[in-house]
Design a protein around this ligand. Structure first.
Ligand SMILES: CC(C)(COP(=O)(O)OP(=O)(O)OC[C@H]1O[C@@H](n2cnc3c(N)ncnc32)[C@H](O)[C@@H]1OP(=O)(O)O)[C@@H](O)C(=O)NCCC(=O)NCCS
Length: 169
């Protein structure tokens, strides 16, 4: 759905907790069940899409939401990693994918990382998530390595984007 004109990006607040968690609950099964299985989806939702896992990131100002028509339709979550910035989460509700919202969220994360002085933005996607890889390559990300997750789960593929003018060490 093309909605980019009416989409507001803003830092998440405590009141967005339910909406943020809902993005995970509605996006993960469609994204990961086909490539990693239902158990992986259940594990990820229980580990990374709970209040306990989300509230600290919101409080730290690391979660950005995309709001449309009073609904949270996408989100990002970032955090420091080895002196660089990691994009830990970038998800858009299935019915809004392909409408420009993910690009808005990624461009905003890149701009904020640059403004904060980071030299690299890093992220990983699950091997087999080819649409995510294509999306990130579209923005210039390149592969830096792979990490086995064990027990039949596809590898995590790490990508990075070098940010110009970064001074963070
Ligand atoms: C991946 C995801 C965040 C992308 O967001 P989106 O809203 O669907 O993407 P957009 O419509 O904003 O696309 C932005 C740009 O990327 C391009 N793009 C998107 N997917 C692409 C692909 N697979 N290959 C090449 N280019 C792609 C679009 O053509 C668009 O280009 P333009 O701005 O020059 O027109 C979203 O589809 C999603 O949430 N997917 C499921 C969850 C997921 O895989 N998240 C990433 C986890 S690592």
């Amino acid at each position: 759905m093309k909605v980019a004109n009416g989409v507001l990006l803003r830092a998440a607040t405590g009141e967005d907790l339910q909406g943020v968690v809902e993005v995970g609950r509605r996006t993960w099964p469609a994204t990961y069940a086909p490539i990693a299985g239902k158990d992986y989806v259940a594990m990820g939702l229980a580990k990374w899409w709970t209040a306990d896992a989300t509230v600290p990131a919101i409080r730290a100002g690391r979660v950005t939401v995309a709001e449309f028509d009073d609904e949270i339709i996408g989100m990002t979550s970032v955090g420091p990693l080895d002196g660089h910035l990691a994009l830990w989460k970038l998800y858009v509700l299935p019915e809004y994918q392909g409408g420009g919202v993910g690009g808005m969220l990624l461009r905003a994360a890149i701009a904020k990382a640059k403004a904060d002085g980071y030299d690299e933005l890093r992220l990983s996607y699950l091997d087999g998530n080819d649409s995510a890889r294509g999306f990130y390559e579209h923005y210039g990300f390149v592969e830096t390595g792979r990490e086995s997750s064990g027990s039949g789960v596809p590898d995590s593929v790490w990508l990075k984007l070098t940010l110009e003018d970064g001074t963070h060490g």
